[in-house]
Design a protein around this ligand. Structure first.
Ligand SMILES: O=C(CO)COP(=O)(O)O
Length: 153
């Protein structure tokens, strides 16, 4: 076997945050289900309820933080600042107000500031997931990589 074949293979893996407001959760679940194979290559985070619903519907492992209204948006924002998230899919609700609107705005602000690609609808999420950047090996900080490989979330 050639040396090349024995070379250590680095898996293609990015850290993606998945977040959806209630009126958009079904869109998020459907999109995740349709893209299950591609998403399965990446490490997924989500706000509490979104993460739970995606995991239950698709069996994709999604590491949940708190629910959005209970600080989940801020936790995701903090992970962005720490360099732990590469892409954000955030299906926010453009038709209603939320009690944690300042947190939503703060998350969008911090993701913009840190140059994180953000998809707020299915069309853009499709572009992100099929982008060459999504499919380049991860070069940044990898957290809990062993856990990721074993899918022990
Ligand atoms: O409110 C949210 C984002 O602002 C989403 O939170 P959940 O995923 O917990 O519903």
């Amino acid at each position: 076997m050639s040396e090349q074949k024995n070379a250590h293979v680095i898996p293609v893996v990015k850290h993606i945050a998945l977040i959806a407001h209630d009126s958009r959760k079904q869109d998020m679940i459907r999109w995740c289900d349709e893209n299950k194979e591609s998403l399965g290559k990446h490490f997924l985070y989500g706000t509490g309820t979104t993460a739970k619903m995606i995991s239950e519907a698709t069996e994709l492992p999604v590491r949940g933080v708190n629910s959005g209204p209970l600080g989940g948006d801020q936790q995701i924002g903090s992970k962005i600042v720490e360099g732990e998230i590469n892409f954000m899919i955030f299906f926010w609700d453009p038709l209603s107000m939320h009690p944690h609107d300042p947190d939503v705005k703060a998350l969008l602000r911090i993701a913009t500031l840190y140059n994180i690609p953000i998809a707020t609808n299915i069309a853009t999420a499709d572009y992100l997931l099929t982008s060459v950047h999504m499919n380049q090996p991860y070069e940044g900080k990898l957290i809990d990589f062993d856990q990721y490989l074993n899918r022990k979330l």
